[in-house]
Design a protein around this ligand. Structure first.
Ligand SMILES: Cc1cc2nc3c(=O)[nH]c(=O)nc-3n(C[C@H](O)[C@H](O)[C@H](O)COP(=O)(O)OP(=O)(O)OC[C@H]3O[C@@H](n4cnc5c(N)ncnc54)[C@H](O)[C@@H]3O)c2cc1C
Length: 275
């Protein structure tokens, strides 16, 4: 019998080039960048937490050089590129996908990306905060990490602000009768986003009042102390790596959740650059 896969991978994928068509600050700590282009029509929208690898030029460069478009081997090709011209590669989530003809900025396919801003600390964050129309970008679709266990009676969704787009995407794609406890840690109450949900979904926005606290620590503590529903469940945890690993340990060790019913992903590491 075929085994249920851990992730939901796209059937076809390729590195698709696009251009920035808009960029604006939508809340104290989020910038929304919209990218568009004919090649984005090769991305099949899957909803939920669909994520992709984003390629942008290094700081101070305008031209985007890409590894040869061989989806399975892009990383090997990337490593062969000279260091001074290879693009910055980071992972992001499709916040909204608009098919060609239903865009807000023109006739081609559009994708919105919500970036948490951590200033010039990282090249992707810096790129997003200064993105202007015409800037070159490319993406490689990676599909879904969220893959709920059949038979789960309720779901636990937990993340810091970097996982806000994924959690909003999951809630927007979920069936109306989803039963879920949702914990999202944010730096400012005004970073909360409106999400229309059914009456069995409780969203807890956790505002990190202590600016020196490690992101994710508040979400971890809150969930560890929370009274959660009983019954078979599925947990999706994403954000700073310590949040993901510590919460998984708690769910398995203290709450008896099988490892196979938890998707936990370190989206970033405090004090460490990606790649
Ligand atoms: C599947 C997946 C989906 C993701 N989706 C999104 C998304 O939709 N929106 C989003 O904003 N992020 C998302 N992320 C997280 C994003 O990829 C990382 O935050 C990434 O490290 C940012 O790259 P950078 O170049 O800005 O910083 P890096 O070069 O990676 O790191 C530089 C410094 O910045 C710090 N840093 C990195 N990220 C953060 C952060 N979020 N907050 C504070 N400090 C940070 C690092 O600790 C390091 O000290 C996703 C990650 C994954 C794996």
């Amino acid at each position: 019998m075929a085994q249920r896969g851990k992730f939901v991978k796209p059937q076809h994928r390729r590195i698709s080039s696009a251009q920035v068509v808009a960029g604006k600050k939508i809340s104290p700590n989020f910038v929304r960048v919209t990218i568009a282009g004919d090649e984005l029509s090769s991305v099949s929208p899957m909803g939920f937490d669909q994520w992709f690898r984003m390629f942008v030029p290094q700081q101070g460069q305008k031209k985007l050089r890409l590894p040869t478009n061989a989806s399975g081997f892009w990383y090997a090709k990337y490593k062969l590129m000279p260091k001074d011209v290879r693009p910055v590669v980071r992972n992001y989530t499709i916040r909204e996908f608009r098919a060609a003809g239903s865009g807000l900025f023109g006739g081609t396919t559009e994708i919105d990306i919500d970036f948490t801003s951590h200033g010039d600390l990282g090249p992707a964050s810096a790129w997003a905060s200064s993105a202007t129309a015409g800037d070159e970008v490319a993406i490689l679709d990676e599909g879904l990490i969220y893959n709920p266990t059949p038979g789960a009676e309720w779901q636990l969704l937990v993340g810091d602000e970097s996982a806000l787009p994924a959690i909003v995407g999951i809630l927007n794609s979920a069936p109306p009768d989803l039963r879920a406890e949702v914990f999202v840690e944010i730096a400012d109450a005004d970073d909360a986003q409106h999400v229309p949900v059914g009456d069995k979904v409780n969203i807890h926005w956790l505002v990190r009042e202590d600016t020196t606290a490690r992101p994710g620590a508040l979400a971890l503590r809150t969930v560890m102390e929370a009274e959660l529903p009983a019954g078979p469940s599925y947990a999706f945890v994403a954000g700073e790596s310590q949040l993901a690993t510590s919460l998984r340990r708690h769910l398995v060790g203290d709450r008896g959740l099988p490892k196979s019913d938890i998707a936990f992903t370190g989206y970033w590491r405090h004090g460490h650059a990606s790649y």
